[in-house]
Design a protein around this ligand. Sequence first.
Ligand SMILES: Nc1nc2c(ncn2[C@@H]2O[C@H](COP(=O)(O)OP(=O)(O)O)[C@@H](O)[C@H]2O)c(=O)[nH]1
Ligand code: SF4
Ligand SMILES: [Mg+2]
Length: 423
Amino acid sequence: MKARTLRGDRLHIGFFGRRNAGKSSLVNAVTGQAVAIVSDVPGTTTDPVYKAMEMLPLGPVVLIDTAGLDDISDILGEERKRHAGRVLSRTDLALLVVDARGDDFAFEEELLSRLEKEKIPVIIVVNKIDLEMGEAARRWLTGRVFVRASAVTGRGIDELKRRIKELAPREWEPPFVRDLVHPEEVVVLVTPIDLGAPRGRLIMPQVKALRDILDGDAIPVMCKERELRSTLAALREPPALVVTDSQVFPQVAADLPPTVHLTSFSILSIRQKGELGQMVKGVAAVSGLRPGDRVLIAEACTHHPLEDDIGRIKIPRWLNHHVGGELKIDTVPGFDYPDDLEKYSLVVHCGGCTLNRREMLRRQRIAAEHGVPVTNYGVLIAFLKSVFPRALEPFPEFARLFSAGGEEVDRDMARRMAGFTEI
Ligand SMILES: Nc1nc2c(ncn2[C@@H]2O[C@H](COP(=O)(O)OP(=O)(O)O)[C@@H](O)[C@H]2O)c(=O)[nH]1
Ligand code: SF4
Ligand SMILES: [Mg+2]
């Protein structure tokens, strides 16, 4: 069976451009398969099509075939533009596909400036070079770097792949956990199996932790919180790290010798997908919350309803208890994340394990732009349940940031985010 990599872990390569420029044909040419619908009727691709493939030495990537962005004539077109806009927000590398015979490049200019604003690296691909290149295209391309290609003859496709590999952000996502342990060390993973647990399987952050520990040549041992003591007793030495579901933080902390490092799946996930420093800083805002304040709880995927328990019932209950009254809490599941965050006093985000890093960073950036503190499930629960700052001990740089206060966090965050977007 072919190994499956979760979509959020793949480098996202978005194909953008006018309808009929040949985006779908190029996706097919790059993957070598007919996955996208190719048509000479403009605007056939209405929803983005995601095609996962292995592009060595980059590793797992997903090619996203979008609808043409230039259709402003009808309502369906508007809908398509919105879809494509969403794709843009999770694109790590953009391909701007241009028709060699095009005569107007205003739309391309606009898209380029948007990509530049979002700091998304872009490759201009001049497609259909098997046909005569037009004068307008020649003029527009003067002084620009671009790749010539023909999806029909296959010319330039290898060159295009080479450019993709060159331009792809190198360290585009930190590992989940393996950098925290040495080979052959034991990591204990604690998961409650209660009514909220899905039947017959583990949830994604747990699967990712298991796999990443194995990849790091370390040894994962998994148990429920009730068996943690017996598990520890069965080990010859204390484990190098314990990772728990945030919901049972207090019980696990109580059963664990204080010298053993402890953190949660949700904290590890946000460290990989987003900016943990901002989440740590954001949790301080909980102390300023008053009854009646608005709080947004954002989950990045839609679960089995029982799993929603944490975002819909437990966190609201703990927060209300902490402030001594009723907060106005909105919980949004899935890809929805409001752009108008002003009305909220705090955003609490899940681990974001199904998002790619760019999208998670965008969500954090929007909050920062609106001056709204943002924190994360694991960080918040550790804070509310007095497991703070212990839950940050495995990451001394973040624990230090919390005690150092706001400004240093801001500077550090700006540096990290810049480090990610620059290639
Ligand atoms: N001659 C030529 N035609 C192409 C090339 N790439 C795409 N086409 C044609 O252009 C039309 C639109 O292609 P499509 O991939 O559906 O464009 P999209 O709407 O941008 O996805 C189709 O008729 C394709 O066969 C190319 O490199 N050369
Ligand atoms: S809610 Fe968030 S952390 Fe939980 S599985 Fe979904 S994306 Fe991952
Ligand atoms: Mg298409």
